[in-house]
Design a protein around this ligand. Structure first.
Ligand SMILES: [Zn+2]
Length: 119
């Protein structure tokens, strides 16, 4: 059966489930894919760490009120957080590790710190 190698695009003969012309092409392909995924994870981890640091720096009192624009000026990305905590009243805390916030009114947030890990 004529197949096309996923790495070098050369045609080769092989079983239906064979994707590469050689072990070399398979390893080049998989190494690149792992590297791309590692970069992807590293970028997200860096965003989360940066978010956490911005929150920690801004939270000078342990429960600081701050405007969301002030965090965004420093590069805070609201789409990235590690976990959410919803109170019985339905209010949502979002955390980057131990540092969190809850939205209050007019774009203001209250920053909080959580000591213990909760599943
Ligand atoms: Zn190949």
């Amino acid at each position: 059966m004529k197949k096309e190698c996923l790495e070098c695009r050369e045609k080769f003969h092989g079983r239906a489930d064979k994707k590469f012309c050689s072990a070399h092409c398979r390893s080049v392909y998989n190494n690149r894919r792992n590297r791309d995924f590692n970069n992807f994870m590293r970028n997200i981890n860096n965003i989360l760490r940066k978010n956490r640091r911005i929150l920690a720096d801004a939270n000078t009192t342990g429960k600081t009120r701050v405007h969301r624009d002030k965090l965004m000026e420093q590069g805070f990305k609201f789409a990235y957080f590690t976990n959410e905590y919803v109170t019985k009243a339905g209010r949502v805390y979002r955390f980057c590790y131990d540092q969190g916030y809850i939205e209050t009114e007019n774009g203001y947030l209250t920053l909080v710190v959580r000591q213990e890990y909760v599943e």
